[in-house]
Design a protein around this ligand. Structure first.
Ligand code: IPE
Ligand code: IPE
Ligand code: MG
Length: 227
């Protein structure tokens, strides 16, 4: 296998551990989320030269609404601020935004900002896909219904109706903070993805950690059921 073949084109991250990062410092959870945004920013800036064509980030799950109203409000405010401050940089860095999940159910001003960001980044060549109000089981139900409405339900017709349609196949799924579970993320897409669970809390995750993960991936032997 050539080096190019063994490189991860599509990496997804379950960005977990913001709350624990704050707790360890006796800070409010909101501070952990704020530092989590910094980690996202660092990572997005470091993608050049990694070979990654698509980075998918789990930002807010459909189950995260169960959190306190204050925490949900903090997360939504951070989202607003992030889009506002970083959209020009996305455009300048040839980044194309993609969104997975039921994001149109978010607050109308956020939906409008996201629509604007999608349009303004549509010409980009490297994809940042953000999972917002996302649940993997709901995604499969939605895709199966759409496939049925179009005709036969097949693996291909479901795949064509997932939020990830058009993105490269998922190569590597990383979860930070030591939890070893998928928490309803990319259930379909993870079928043959390599998985990496690291103890680092998300706000401490650096481009060096990502590079280590990519090196680790290069040494994995993927079999896809064959020999
Ligand atoms: C991940 O960090 C961020 C979101 C889920 C939005 P957490 O907030 O889940 O942090 P922990 O798991 O409580 O440490
Ligand atoms: C998964 O983390 C969701 C995101 C990282 C956005 P959670 O912290 O919500 O997952 P659980 O509750 O530990 O499974
Ligand atoms: Mg968590």
């Amino acid at each position: 296998m050539s080096e190019a073949d063994s490189r991860a084109r599509h990496v997804a991250i379950i960005m977990d551990g913001n709350g624990r990062w704050a707790k360890r410092r006796h800070l409010p959870r909101a501070m952990g989320h704020r530092q989590g945004v910094e980690a996202v920013r660092r990572l997005v800036r470091s993608l050049e030269g990694t070979g990654i064509e698509c980075l998918t980030l789990y930002a807010f799950s459909s189950e995260n609404w169960k959190r306190s109203e204050d925490e949900v409000d903090d997360l939504m405010d951070l989202m607003r601020k992030f889009i506002k401050s970083d959209l020009p940089e996305f455009i300048a860095n040839d980044v194309k935004l993609h969104i997975l999940g039921d994001w149109r159910a978010l607050a109308p001003d956020i939906v409008a900002m996201l629509e604007d960001a999608l349009e303004k980044t549509s010409g980009g060549s490297r994809t940042i896909a953000v999972a917002l109000n996302y649940g993997g089981q709901a995604e499969i139900v939605h895709a199966a219904r759409a496939a049925a409405a179009q005709g036969e339900i097949t693996q291909e017709s479901i795949e064509a109706n997932l939020f990830s349609a058009g993105l490269p196949p998922l190569d590597l799924l990383i979860r930070t903070s030591g939890e070893v579970r998928l928490s309803n993320f990319l259930l379909w897409q993870a079928a043959y993805a390599e998985m990496l669970f690291v103890d680092t809390l998300w706000p401490d995750f650096t481009p060096e950690h990502l590079q280590q993960a990519l090196d680790d991936f290069t040494n994995r032997e993927r079999r896809f059921g064959g020999r």
